[in-house]
Design a binder for this molecule. Sequence first.
Ligand code: BJW
Length: 222
Amino acid sequence: MRITVLTGAGISAESGLATFRASDGLWENHRIEDIATPEALERDPALVHDFYNMRRQKAAEVQPNAAHRALAKLAGAHDLTLITQNVDDLHERGGSPDVIHMHGALNSALCGSCDARWQAPKLMRPEDRCPACGACATRPDIVWFGEVPYHMERIWQALDEAELFAAIGTSGNVYPAAGFAQHSARSGVECIELNLEESANSRDFSRRIPGPASRTVPEWVE
Ligand code: BJW
């Protein structure tokens, strides 16, 4: 069966990574909408680098959970396209062979001048220089608000070819990902939501499986 799965911060919550919109999901009193922008990097590069340095360090300390591992198992049994909004590498470390990171990756650095990419060091600093062109314009390889998410062509194709779409642990607040269920439902594709709570777009799903991902995802995959 052709299945497309979208994951969000909720799938990594039980591994110990904070979600964005929970009451404890703030960064030094900043909303994610105020810090995850190119303008924020320009305004206060040290603050933005600190945010991603902290998250890179935390992501390296935690382990994939049963939900990440269950999706790796699903890939072995079906034609699965796994899209994540998450910038951690827990899907890869949980055994998933091919993960589409539509919002980028913490372990990658990007040159804002020449678009070169390289392995991010543990601590990125505003004064770091690009190894390719030498420009002092390095940034985390993350898709911020107002920027175009990565791999969109491949994603729309996977959505159009899927027989089943599932969204796991995402609040449905951020587009274009928040529109995937509606897009799929309009083509008659069955849409399933696995989430601790109702999301902003729960109405677009024909079935909801409530509960923590570490329980619901392995049960759903079985
Ligand atoms: C559990 C659980 C457990 C917890 N088990 N579940 C007005 C209308 C429509 C759109 C716009 C608009 N104004 C602006 C826009 C566009 C904008 C947007 O959507 N803004 C909104 C605020 C309205 N979007 C963009 O700018 C995007 N680009 C774009 O649209 O380009 C145009 C274009 C698109 C396509 C083609 C061509 C052109 C870019 C968005 C970039 C988002 N970046 C971020 C930060 C960077 C990454 C990072 O730092 O990590 O990505 S924002 C942040 O939100 C992050 C996440 O990936 C993303 C989604 O969050 P997520 O994963 O849903 O987390 P939470 O915390 O919100 O929810 C957690 C969920 O888990 C909850 O539901 C819990 O219940 C659940 N949960 N524990 C199961 N144990």
